[in-house]
Design a protein around this ligand. Structure first.
Ligand code: ATP
Length: 457
């Protein structure tokens, strides 16, 4: 992990905001927490769902060459022999505390990391997979593992997907799901935990076209983060050095993000060649090849794998959105979430708790909830309520005032600029749809006008 540019975000402040506002809690907190496991609270779960939805939309819904899959977490133990994950049980390994590369003790010349010179952990005869037993008897024959990556579920279903969808190369399978790794070194909040979620694509291509598809996916995945609001200067591509590459990998790049602790991997993109299908064919005895209609040949496709972490993405989106500024001379904390990721899209804020006003505000609340996650807040001053919404990244607040009862109009306030417009209630849904889609606030709906702070009626 190199650290050429300091991040502008303080991790402690972010962790405290996440806990205080209900994004992320330590797991089993009432028992003192469980190391490196985290619970996503009411806002965190929305953020995570939105990240997963944005990913699924970009890689499955909007494409015709990728289909989805949801394979089980427990897989036949031979899967892990074929993939090479079981080998770590027999080799004592050490891990570098700074770059996290693992080394076999017998391969080391000195007592520091050969890649970065960092400090090494004690040697362990360990495997990163969590082991458990299937059925009531705890014996060697019933051992199964919690998957350490979602990828293998897609490799072993290659033929099923091919046969049922009749896809032709190039095509991909995408999956989102939990993965478990008994990491030796954890930390940095949700950056590295023992239970996490991955969003992975296995993209099958004809050998010879792999280089081109690899470059395509590097660009595609990098741009996905940028489109969702991550600043370009906080992202970079890092090519793996030869010694970092798995023996089968033909090329690998990481998309690194400038986290508060320095640059670190957000997503890995690898050209895995034909390794996975060859291995699974060998261990299962089933043919996993593909008949190329053009050349009338049986081939083993190559695989390009963009592999992202949901939790690491959530941390990157939180870090990138975090900001502090002044609002009417008072400090405010805000999260500049892209509207697609914001846990709450709109907040309804009635100016008073008087019955008539509440009835109207609740009616608007019920109506908008049909479309989005909406919050309703009538506690304390309007300024305080704006601050609360800014701090959780709500893009728009709607204020309902006494004038609303007469003219059937309300105001919309935008989080980042604090600009406001007033508009007819009947235009709210279409206007919010347009604004959440990125339209400028001052593009006015019929009957709408720019609103000045403090203006009445
Ligand atoms: P690292 O070197 O940081 O441990 P890795 O190279 O082992 O990561 P991959 O096997 O490439 O990670 O996994 C793909 C993605 O899954 C990573 O880019 C990351 O976003 C996520 N991921 C992997 N391990 C963890 C973990 N322990 N906690 C949270 N996310 C993880």
């Amino acid at each position: 992990m190199t650290k050429p540019t300091p991040s502008k975000v303080d991790m402690e402040k972010l962790v405290s905001l996440c806990q205080r506002r209900g994004f992320i809690f330590p797991s089993s907190g009432i028992y003192g927490g469980l190391s490196s496991c985290w619970d996503y609270g009411p806002l965190g779960v929305e953020l995570k769902r939105n990240i997963k939805q944005a990913w699924w939309r970009a890689v499955v819904q909007e494409r015709d060459d990728i289909v989805g899959l949801d394979a089980s977490i427990l897989m036949h133990p031979q899967t892990w022999e074929a993939s090479g994950h079981l080998q770590g049980f027999s080799d004592p390994l050490v891990e570098c505390k700074s770059c996290h590369l693992r080394w076999r003790v017998d391969d080391l010349a000195g007592d520091s990391c050969p890649a970065c010179g960092g400090e090494l952990t004690e040697p362990h005869l360990f495997n990163l997979m969590f082991k458990t037993f299937m059925g009531p008897i705890e014996e060697e024959a019933s051992v199964v593992y919690l998957r350490p990556e979602t990828a293998q579920g897609m490799f072993v279903n290659f033929e099923n997907v091919l046969d049922t969808t009749r896809k032709r190369l190039p095509f991909g399978i995408a999956q989102i799901g939990k993965a478990f790794r008994n990491e030796i070194t954890t930390g940095n909040f949700i950056f590295r935990s023992r239970e996490f979620e991955q969003m992975e694509i296995e993209f099958f291509v004809k050998p010879g076209t792999d280089k081109e598809w690899f470059d395509y996916w590097l660009e595609e995945r990098f741009n996905w983060y940028v489109k969702l609001g991550i600043k370009k200067e906080n992202l970079k591509l890092r090519q793996h050095m030869k010694r970092e590459l798995a023996h089968y990998a033909r090329a690998c790049y990481d998309i690194d993000y400038l986290f508060p602790m320095g640059w670190a991997e957000l997503e890995g993109i690898a050209n895995r060649g034909d390794f996975d299908l060859v291995q699974h064919a060998k261990y299962s005895g089933k043919s996993l090849d593909y008949f190329d209609e053009e050349t009338k040949e049986h081939i083993i496709p190559y695989i390009i794998e963009p592999s992202a972490g949901v939790d690491r993405s959530a941390l990157a989106f939180l870090c990138d959105a975090y900001d502090e500024d002044l609002a009417e001379g008072e400090p405010r904390v805000l999260l500049h979430f892209h509207p697609a990721l914001a846990p709450i899209k709109v907040a309804i804020l009635p100016l008073s708790r008087r019955e008539k006003l509440v009835a109207l505000a609740k009616q608007i609340y019920a109506d908008l909830r049909q479309c989005w996650m909406v919050d309703y807040d009538d506690a304390q001053s309007i300024g305080r309520r704006y601050r609360r919404q800014d701090e959780i990244g709500t893009p728009f607040c709607i204020t309902v005032d006494f004038q609303s009862l007469e003219d059937e109009q309300v105001t919309i306030r935008e989080r980042d600029t604090m600009n406001q417009i007033r508009l007819p209630i009947k235009e709210l849904k279409t206007t919010l749809t347009a604004k959440l889609g990125g339209e400028d606030l001052f593009v006015l709906p019929p009957g709408g006008r720019i609103w000045k702070e403090g203006e009445s009626g």
